[in-house]
Design a protein around this ligand. Structure first.
Ligand SMILES: Cc1cc2nc3c(=O)[nH]c(=O)nc-3n(C[C@H](O)[C@H](O)[C@H](O)COP(=O)(O)OP(=O)(O)OC[C@H]3O[C@@H](n4cnc5c(N)ncnc54)[C@H](O)[C@@H]3O)c2cc1C
Length: 452
């Protein structure tokens, strides 16, 4: 029998650190395990743009500092949508920071250790240990290649997209928890941090530049990262006609238009993948809570996942504490976590997925047409990527502008209805697991209809 804890957290990314601190603040004995060396924790391929509001909420709840000093590269004010036309079509408020993800991650780790969280670095978690239909611990491979067991009342899967615990659950473990990771659930990306010789015009902006040559969702991002630095990248789902396309080649081809090779210095260039689907509606099972990318908690349109991972980490910490203190461990007892995630960001992300699917359907050229003609306007979107409802008058006016491509307006109407219906269903998410299957069938019908 290995060592025993109240909570074992798999992964020391933003999700894992947030859960660990939340649990340690409540007096629980926590072990966080990461395969990286301690010095590498926090380093991840990322756009490095995070929301100020979310960061402040999390910092207050966890009683830690918001990003500060050299953890911040620059401030962000707007999210901008561009196409091949030389104008900013849509400018939405997006107050936040461009951070140095590694430095900020290292400081969060220090905060966790200061609060009493135990860290086991350079240790790869292999799979969950399951006894009597409950996750009771993890099997790990230490640096020495020795296989060891660790036990806990709760295992929290914060291992990122690959979700090492969730995806290694036997099929008959918990039918209400999806244990799959499909190719259509994520987009492989390539990202560079570049430095120019001259100042650029991306300062304070995170720009989504829609490009014809980039497979859906169809954009290359340019995030101003200081006067001369830009964080740029692209990504897409590798399926169908895009199955064999290289993300790196697509990225370099698109970059050539804006910053030809040799006109900039590459500070860092690497690939990784980001979730691009709605969140897991249920992310709990006996002895287990799934958080962050492991539960598809990133925004499907913008890939913003750092803040949501930390918010969900807070909810998971509260849920595990409640369960342990009150000896309440059934699925029904843990269900509150799903409700909290939906309320704090899940419902918004579910609607943001509708917008992503719609933009995929339009493609960059038709999107440009709609923006140029004013059929899609800035006021139609919220900064959370939510499509707003139109009045009848507004439909008529837009129909004139849409001439002769009326079918695009019909697609837009379908998207708005779908977005509204997803919001309606999220608001009535079942209070208990009892009615969950019926609810899930209803919500998934909406996505299926929009994709067909
Ligand atoms: C190209 C790209 C751009 C992005 N841009 C942004 C952005 O601008 N803003 C934003 O907010 N988000 C962005 N994201 C998303 C964001 O990075 C993630 O949503 C966020 O990191 C999720 O946090 P997490 O803790 O769930 O997972 P991760 O940060 O992936 O952390 C998982 C941790 O688990 C560890 N781990 C994995 N497997 C094991 C194992 N078997 N055993 C032990 N440890 C393990 C890993 O080493 C890692 O430390 C971007 C992502 C990508 C790929």
């Amino acid at each position: 029998m290995g060592q025993s804890y109240d909570v074992i957290v798999v992964g020391a990314g933003p999700a894992g650190i947030s859960v660990s601190i939340a649990c340690a603040n409540n007096g629980l004995k926590v072990l966080v395990i990461d395969k990286k060396t301690e010095e590498k924790i926090g380093d991840k391929v990322c756009g490095e743009a995070i929301s100020k509001e979310t960061t402040e909420i999390v910092a207050k709840e966890l009683n830690i500092d918001t990003p500060k000093d050299n953890e911040i590269n620059t401030q962000i004010e707007n999210l901008v949508l561009r196409t091949s036309l030389p104008i900013d079509h849509i400018i939405l408020p997006a107050i936040g920071y461009m951070i140095n993800r590694h430095r900020y991650g290292q400081r969060l780790l220090k905060d966790a250790k200061r609060k009493g969280v135990n860290l086991l670095p350079e240790t790869k978690v292999i799979k969950p240990i399951i006894e009597e239909k409950k996750v009771v611990g993890v099997l790990v491979k230490a640096e020495s290649s020795k296989i060891e067991e660790y036990f806990a009342s709760y295992v929290i899967d914060c291992s990122g997209l690959m979700a090492i615990i969730r995806t290694n659950l036997p099929d008959d473990f918990e039918p209400l928890l999806n244990n799959q990771l499909n190719k259509t659930d994520y987009a492989p990306c390539y990202r560079e941090i570049i430095e120019l010789e001259e100042k650029h015009d991306f300062n304070g902006k995170i720009v989504l530049q829609y490009e014809e040559d980039i497979p859906e969702p169809g954009y290359i991002w340019f995030f101003g990262d200081g006067e001369k630095k830009i964080n740029c990248g692209t990504g897409f789902i590798k399926e169908g006609k895009n199955k064999d396309k290289s993300v790196k080649s697509v990225y370099f081809k698109a970059m050539e238009k804006y910053f030809p090779k040799g006109s900039y210095k590459v500070i860092d260039g690497r690939g990784d993948s980001v979730p691009i689907r709605p969140p897991l509606w249920n992310a709990v099972a006996p002895g287990l809570i799934v958080v962050g990318d492991a539960a598809f908690h990133a925004d499907p349109l913008t890939a913003e996942g750092h803040g949501p991972a930390m918010l969900a980490g807070l909810h998971a910490g509260e849920t595990a504490t409640y369960a342990i203190r009150n000896n309440k461990h059934t699925l029904k007892d843990l269900w509150i976590y799903n409700k909290k995630v939906l309320k704090s960001f899940g419902a918004e992300h579910a609607r943001s997925r509708i917008l992503t699917l719609t933009l995929q359907k339009f493609g960059p050229k038709k999107l440009e047409f709609l923006l140029k003609r004013g059929v899609i306007k800035q006021a139609d979107l919220t900064s959370a990527g939510i499509l707003k409802k139109h009045s009848v008058f507004s439909y008529l006016e837009r129909a004139l502008r849409c001439f002769p491509r009326y079918y695009l307006l019909i697609l837009m109407k379908k998207a708005i209805d779908a977005s509204k219906n997803v919001a309606r269903l999220c608001a009535v998410f079942p209070e208990t697991p009892d009615n969950y299957i019926e609810w899930k069938i209803e919500v998934e019908k909406i996505y299926k209809k929009l994709s067909s």
